[in-house]
Design a binder for this molecule. Structure first.
Ligand SMILES: [Fe+2]
Ligand SMILES: [Fe+2]
Length: 160
């Protein structure tokens, strides 16, 4: 049984792959954190652990789908400065139509995308917000000193 059926369908979707390529092109010379599949999978894995720790039972498929989509509009922010949580939310709506989730599940995913930069996010969205921050390996980052994240926000030890 394919536990990550929707996630794999999403990943292989042509539009999704095109968006990933656009982000890669925008970030070729970026020295700070990139928004690539490694980042998305780190967020997915940390959010899966945090979901278990919180005693919640969102499926891994739903968690991974959210993580794969949360920054997908990053290239739009590079192009026209639209905040990428808004661009990602917009791009996620048609992509979710091809996936086998209920309307409630789709709303949960969309809310988490839209609020992944909102420290006041609640429930599943708060888990995604925290996992996004925790995914960055500041403790071994070569440009940590030049990064504008506050020292409280930086992950200077391995936690997840
Ligand atoms: Fe983001
Ligand atoms: Fe992110």
């Amino acid at each position: 049984m394919d536990q990550l059926k929707n996630t794999n369908t999403l990943f292989h979707n042509t539009d999704y792959q095109n968006y990933l390529k656009k982000i890669t092109a925008c970030e070729v010379s970026r020295s700070f954190c990139r928004h690539d599949i490694d980042h998305f999978l780190s967020v997915a894995r940390i959010a899966s652990i945090k979901t278990m720790e919180a005693g919640l039972n969102f499926s891994r498929d739903l968690i991974y789908t959210t993580a794969l989509l949360h920054d997908i509009g990053r290239f739009v922010q590079y192009q026209d400065k639209t905040p990428h949580e808004i661009a990602s939310h917009q791009l996620a709506i048609p992509l979710l139509k091809i996936l086998d989730y209920t309307d409630d599940q789709k709303n949960l995913i969309l809310d988490a995308i839209l609020n992944h930069r909102n420290p006041k996010a609640k429930g599943f969205s708060q888990i995604v917000y925290q996992s996004d921050k925790l995914s960055r390996a500041c403790f071994c980052c070569p440009v940590e000193k030049e990064c504008d994240w506050s020292s409280e926000k930086k992950n200077l030890t391995i936690v997840y």
